[in-house]
Design a protein around this ligand. Structure first.
Ligand code: THU
Length: 131
């Protein structure tokens, strides 16, 4: 599927502006392109009970899956705090669960330049129950 990753990244940026991160002050936004061609975005949402915090990537993925999406093709991640904001280990595993035939592409930004990697660059040998 052809999709403009610059546009996907701009949606991740927009989502990062909605971040609720008063504790870390580390805003993150993520946008997910699904195999239906739709895009879902999310931001990190922190909590006074710190462990309840959800990352931007999982927020976006759970929005997509809860709307009936089955597979993810690409995830763009943005933080105004850091170039090449990479996904945490938990989010890598959640992406892996919703990877279809095509490997998920992970898009980050470094000084206005997009970097595109495969999910397997971040998570080789992911865990999956093939029920
Ligand atoms: N965070 C994300 O949103 N995504 C990641 O992949 C790494 C971390 C958030 C969680 C927390 O709100 C803040 O960044 C600092 O850890």
């Amino acid at each position: 599927m052809e999709y403009d990753y610059k546009q996907l990244m701009s949606k991740a940026k927009e989502a990062s502006s909605k971040s609720y991160s008063p504790f870390s002050k580390f805003a993150v936004g993520a946008s997910v392109l699904t195999c239906s061609g739709k895009v879902y975005s999310g931001c990190n949402i922190e909590n006074s009970s710190f462990g309840m915090t959800i990352c931007a990537e999982r927020c976006a993925i759970f929005k997509a899956i809860s709307e009936g999406e089955k597979e993810i093709l690409a995830v763009a991640i943005y933080s105004p705090n850091e170039d090449d904001c990479y996904p945490c280990g938990a989010c890598r595993q959640v992406m892996y669960e919703f990877q279809g035939e095509k490997e998920i592409e992970v898009i980050t930004e470094e000084k206005d330049k997009l970097n595109i990697k495969k999910l397997s660059d971040f998570l080789p040998y992911g865990f999956k129950i093939h029920g």
